[in-house]
Ligand binder design. Structure first.
Ligand SMILES: [Mg+2]
Length: 233
């Protein structure tokens, strides 16, 4: 699928790519409306309608991904509410094996997420994903979301990577377009961010439903590298 000898760095999205988006979907579409309705004495249906409008108004901006913004806007303790349903945080199948193969093949593994530091912390604690990564970067530290092509300039000031020798994996089409506009060479779209939903259809970017095909190609590449080392070639 990819020529791994042409790739040094792998930039990886978190929610929907490494982690199951079921947690986030359930949290924003069910759990928050439930608690918001209780607090306001309104029906859950009315809460869903109002929140849907408010979500759409800031979609793709840093506010949309900001835990503090939503705590303030909705008058709810968003980190506490997330902790209430943290049992739903799950790593996607085949992800940990894939990350370990990347290390074996000598590739840099960088998590690049729009998630707020507080959400990131909860997810790292719950999954120990950090043990399988070389670096973790939150867009909130850089002041721009990944949807903005200028985000990648700021990322490059923090992390050394050659865009021509980098693979970026994400489940968001607007984010992949931003990375393509800026000049990242290898792009991959995850078609099944939420394992409770059917896979999406996409033709704009190379795509996979999960990491198994990548792990297979990489296993072969790592094996060839190790054979080369053994024979001194
Ligand atoms: Mg994502």
């Amino acid at each position: 699928m990819f020529d791994w000898s042409a790739i040094d760095t792998v930039l990886l999205d978190m929610d929907g790519t490494l982690l199951d988006l079921h947690f986030d979907n359930h949290f924003w579409l069910e759990h928050v409306p439930q608690r918001y309705a209780e607090q306001r004495g309104m029906s859950v249906e009315a809460a869903k309608e109002e929140l849907g409008r408010r979500y759409r108004a800031v979609e793709g901006t840093l506010d949309w991904y900001c835990v503090d913004y939503w705590s303030r806007e909705l008058g709810l303790d968003i980190p506490l509410l997330k902790a209430e349903v943290e049992h739903l945080i799950q790593v996607h199948p085949h992800v940990l094996g894939f990350l370990d193969l990347l290390r074996r093949a000598g590739k840099a593994r960088v998590l690049v997420t729009n998630a707020h530091q507080k959400a990131l912390q909860l997810k790292m604690k719950k999954t120990a994903l950090g043990d399988h990564l070389d670096l973790v970067v939150s867009a909130h530290d850089l002041g721009l979301p990944k949807e903005n092509p200028a985000f990648w300039d700021r990322l490059q000031q923090q992390v050394r990577f050659d865009p021509a020798r980098t693979l970026f994996v994400d489940d968001s089409v607007p984010v992949l377009r931003s990375a393509r506009t800026w000049g990242i060479r290898h792009l991959l779209h995850i078609l099944r961010p939420d394992t409770r939903q059917p896979p999406r259809r996409e033709e704009e970017f190379p795509s996979v439903a999960d990491f198994r095909p990548l792990a297979d190609g990489l296993r072969l590449h790592a094996h060839v590298l190790e054979l080369g080392e053994e024979t001194g070639g």
